[in-house]
Design a protein around this ligand. Structure first.
Ligand code: ADP
Ligand code: MG
Length: 710
């Protein structure tokens, strides 16, 4: 196997047949590199050779013995081919069984000595080794083994390609591969006690002890985190070199504006505003993430920044991920600042308005291009090609994690712009989903952070209850009572009714939507006709047009309805202060962060609010998970919990889906994230262009390409 490179295609290696390469391809494995970077996801510990006489049911074990009988037969009932062998050592004998692998019979010989590794199954009466992996041992004993004794890597598999098959492929390739160059600088490896590439690669596939596997994994996770951090710092440095339009902030005006608000800003709202305004006065672009618990009042802070931008005769684009939210921001901001005379625009795919009236899209676009409109609120439509600003100075993005990195780049990062020296907008993003610390340090690591830490005064804690099926009627009575007192209620339906899908079925997006719709429609029928025929019930779902959804929200805000039955489209940002009851059907089917978001739709005024979690599940785990919602002190604590339970995917949404698995996993490890960040900082400050680290320079370039392509 000479001359193997990472780029060598597996098909070109003698001994790897077409059948194998086709199966490997299904796992995305084409080259040697793909194969070697196909990491085990766990290890089976077969380190001890167990005496056959001492085997216990359910144990994973390696036994060493002689085959004294082997045969294959067909069971007529299930039409299975069963190969059975009797293995004996000095302490006893055990049966090994393989299903539909008749070739085993041709490989294992009666009288031969082998290691067998597998799980002991069966009943109290008779135990056997189920489909064990096996390998022959020489006359001298154990020798070097790939499949049995020691820690056995278990890989993500595909049909017809077992972990055993993969191990069999990987071992000789690893052996004949020339040592690889490590792009991680030696001093970084040393400082962080990480194994060098060649060793790590060997040990991640064939660890001698559990520690080996751990530190090898850590090294690969570190790689990704490190590159992510380098990327963040690079963006940060590049943006720091750009120009932005500095604003003049008039302190009297500031006092007057905040004084005219219908409420007093909280201390941390004031602090965040101060940080934001300080950035805006600089000729360098702001890059800030405004974080705060649900209902902490981020919108008004962002709106104040927009007003000051307008005071400077400059424009602000204020973007939300959905038409519902864009419409809501538009209404809220117009209401909070009724004296703002310049006009505030709403621009979405379905709707164009300029306070106080509707306006045609053509006219609105013209007013934006003329610089006549200063504050433009909308969806993605705001950054579509046809929209030309006269002097865009501030871009605000609500719910950044849903919005995606690309849109942000479209707004701000005009590297390819022919007028590279032109000022670029200040950038403020907001996130209502509290983000675990690891994520804010990595995925949003290029942003400065402002955090609103408290809720406005007078907010009452939301009473949260898990409601078992037998208490449903009581809950309905309670809801009616609350509504009669003047409150409004949300009912969130699970995406999919239990039982609507078969176990293990994978649904297309379209089918998911269809089931979601069915579920919300059924609930709407039931509530409006049977349970609350005396109340005004309306429904909202994702299949509706944005315009229609926005209208329904507007009507609900204006208290034209008592009860809004909705799918999860309601999730983010919706603000109806009079709504004080949140009912979540099938609560067990949602993640904690999402439930938290739903609950955050109530408790937005001084009314006592309630969140009722309906669940049919009586599993202890479900209850425990839902209970976190009751006990967690704040959104951040809950976010950390959810990160541990369900991984980072849900926080990042689709926008970050390109992150490699090890990196996703590493995002749970705050220490490693910090280490990677420090290491990246050190490199950037000593060798910003990677002149002394050519391998790193090359790797970084590849990494950047990969994340841009995704
Ligand atoms: P979020 O931070 O979740 O986006 P919003 O900005 O939607 O929250 O604000 C939630 C509600 O609280 C809004 O109705 C808003 O007008 C109100 N609000 C904001 N700041 C304060 C405050 N300091 N005191 C009282 N109410 C406030
Ligand atoms: Mg919000």
């Amino acid at each position: 196997m000479a001359g193997i490179l990472l780029s060598t295609e597996l098909g070109a290696i003698p001994g790897i047949g077409l059948k194998f390469t086709a199966r490997l391809k299904k796992l995305g494995i084409i080259t040697v590199k793909d194969l070697l970077w196909h990491f085990p996801f766990r290890y089976e510990d077969y380190s001890r050779i167990a005496p056959i006489g001492e085997l216990q049911i359910n144990q994973s074990a390696t036994v060493q013995g002689t085959i004294n009988q082997i045969a294959t037969r067909r069971t007529w009932k299930k039409n299975l081919l069963i190969t059975e062998a009797i293995i004996v050592d000095e302490t006893g004998g055990i049966k090994a069984v393989w299903f539909n692998q008749p070739y085993v019979n041709n490989i294992l010989r009666e009288g031969g000595r082998y290691n067998f590794a597998g799980k002991i199954t069966g009943s109290k009466r008779e135990i056997y080794l189920a489909s064990p992996s096996y390998e022959q041992i020489g006359a001298m004993g154990r020798g070097e083994t790939k499949h049995t004794a020691g820690l056995i890597p278990i890989y993500p598999e595909t049909r017809g390609l077992t972990s055993k098959g993969l191990r069999y492929l990987i071992k000789p390739i690893l052996k004949s591969l020339d040592p690889l160059e490590d792009f991680l600088p030696e001093e970084i490896l040393k400082e962080n006690k990480l194994p060098a590439l060649n060793l790590a690669l060997k040990r991640i596939h064939f660890p001698l002890q559990p520690n080996d596997a751990e530190s090898a994994k850590k090294r690969f996770a570190f790689e990704d985190l490190f590159l992510l951090q380098l990327n963040n710092l690079k963006i940060k440095t590049r943006l720091a070199g750009k120009n932005a339009l500095p604003l003049a902030i008039n302190q009297d005006k500031l006092a007057k504006l905040t004084g005219s608000l219908p409420f007093q800003l909280t201390d941390s709202q004031k602090q965040s505003l101060k940080e934001i305004l300080a950035d805006l006065q600089k000729p360098r672009p702001m890059n800030r993430l405004l974080q705060g618990d649900v209902g902490s009042g981020k919108t008004v802070i962002a709106a104040l920044a927009a007003i000051f931008t307008a005071e400077n005769n400059l424009q602000t684009a204020f973007m939300a991920p959905t038409e519902v939210l864009a419409g809501q921001h538009y209404r809220t901001i117009s209401k909070i600042f009724p004296n703002f005379s310049d006009g505030i625009a709403l621009l979405t795919a379905g709707k164009t308005e300029l306070t106080p009236a509707k306006i045609s899209k053509t006219l609105l676009l013209k007013a934006i291009a003329d610089g006549q409109v200063k504050i433009i609120i909308g969806t993605h439509a705001v950054i579509q090609k046809g929209v030309k600003f006269k002097n865009l100075a501030l871009a605000i993005v609500d719910e950044q994690h849903r919005f995606g990195v690309k849109q942000r780049a479209a707004l701000q990062d005009q590297e390819n712009n022919e007028l590279a020296n032109q000022p670029i907008p200040h950038f403020l993003s907001m996130s209502a989903t509290p983000i675990p610390r690891t994520l804010s340090l990595t995925v949003f690591g290029d942003l400065d952070l402002s955090t609103i830490t408290e809720l406005p005064a007078g907010r009452k804690e939301i009473v949260t209850k898990i409601v078992a099926p037998e208490n449903r009627q009581k809950a309905y009575d309670f809801i009616r009572e609350q509504i009669k007192k003047g409150r409004q209620a949300f009912v969130i339906c699970p995406r999919i009714e239990p039982g609507a899908i078969k176990e293990g079925e994978i649904l297309s997006e379209a089918k998911k939507k269809a089931l979601e719709l069915k579920s919300v429609k059924e609930e709407f029928e039931k509530l409006s006709k049977k349970v609350f025929p005396d109340l005004r019930v309306i429904m909202l779902h994702g299949k509706m047009k944005g315009k229609e959804k926005d209208q329904i929200m507007k009507n609900f805000q204006e208290r034209k309805y008592d009860l809004l039955v909705s799918t999860s489209v309601i999730e983010v940002g919706v603000d109806v202060p009079n709504a004080a009851i949140m009912i979540i059907e099938g609560a067990d089917r949602f993640g904690l962060a999402q439930l938290y978001q739903f609950r955050g739709r109530v408790g937005r005024s001084n009314h006592q609010s309630f969140c009722l979690l309906f669940t049919d599940s009586d599993s202890g785990n479900t209850r425990k998970r839902l209970n976190y919602l009751i006990t967690a002190k704040n959104g951040f604590e809950l976010a950390e919990m959810d990160l541990q339970i369900r991984g980072p995917g849900q926080f990042l949404g689709e926008s970050q889906a390109g992150l490699p698995d090890v990196a996703m996993d590493a995002l749970k490890d705050i220490q490693l994230v910090k280490t990677a960040r420090d290491a990246a900082k050190e490199i950037i400050s000593n060798d910003p262009e990677f002149k002394n680290h050519p391998l790193l320079a090359k790797k970084f370039e590849e990494f950047q390409k990969a994340i841009h392509l995704e």
